[in-house]
Write a protein that binds this ligand. Structure first.
Ligand SMILES: C[S@@+](CC[C@H](N)C(=O)[O-])C[C@H]1O[C@@H](n2cnc3c(N)ncnc32)[C@H](O)[C@@H]1O
Length: 220
């Protein structure tokens, strides 16, 4: 199920123009090969947020072939550290990043995000975190990344509405989706109740959570 009205989504997607032809090609490649990348409407919103926030340093969990990393680097000149579990994807991402001319800005680390996050340097905090990987582990990623986030940083998580399943049991049609649905519901409740974060859920794409980290990142 789509969480958005099909007519409205088609209208918004029709307005989508990617002025960077290399990025447009990379999106086309990803879509043709069924490689999951941020949706068009999500990309537009992320770009607006990036341009407003002007983050110097972005941390991303879930690189795939490097599409969203390149979008971030392209739209506001930030540096990006992106974490990807799959070796082949990380290799493809590095190659795409080099071909698009962003190797000076984007570093891809191949590894399990939880392990990589534990080894980051707390002296070099990030201004924006984008979580777009294993959906059942969002809480773990959030908690592990938080000590590295700067004051007033932004955390954005993709796919938090899980095709409607997060919002309603009626949308959960497969038995195997129950665990990820329950975990996502717990995650949303968790980030909505934190006193150091102000969070909103935006019904765009497959659902985005956008949080402002109001206190210095040390979580308790
Ligand atoms: C939806 S794709 C990322 C798409 C990318 N952000 C974009 O829009 O171009 C999710 C990626 O997360 C990776 N991933 C899944 N679990 C992970 C984990 N535990 N640690 C690091 N990466 C993980 C997957 O291999 C996959 O390539």
């Amino acid at each position: 199920m789509n969480i958005t009205n099909e007519i409205i989504s088609a209208y918004i997607d029709n307005l989508y123009v990617n002025e960077n032809t290399d990025l447009a090609e990379l999106r086309k490649f990803a879509e043709t090969h069924n490689i999951p990348v941020i949706r068009r409407d999500t990309e537009k919103l992320l770009k607006v947020i990036m341009k407003l926030k002007q983050p110097a340093r972005v941390l991303e969990i879930g690189t795939a072939v490097g599409y969203s990393s390149c979008v971030f680097a392209d739209c506001c000149g930030c540096s990006v550290l992106s974490i990807e579990l799959d070796e082949e994807s990380a290799k493809a991402a590095r190659s795409n990043i080099e071909n698009l001319g962003f190797s000076g800005q984007i570093k891809v680390v191949c590894g399990e995000a939880a392990a990589v996050l534990r080894g980051l340097d707390p002296a070099a905090p990030y201004d924006l975190l984008f979580i777009d990987a294993a959906k059942s582990h969002y809480r773990e990623f959030w908690d592990l990344a938080m000590p590295y986030m700067s004051r007033d940083s932004i955390v954005i998580c993709d796919n938090v509405l899980l095709k409607g399943m997060t919002a309603s049991d009626e949308c959960v049609t497969r038995r195997r989706d129950w665990t990820s649905t329950r975990r996502m519901r717990e995650f949303i409740e968790y980030i909505s109740s934190l006193d150091y974060a102000d969070t909103t859920i935006v019904p765009i794409g497959d659902g985005l959570s956008i949080s402002i980290i109001e206190k210095n990142g040390s979580i308790t």
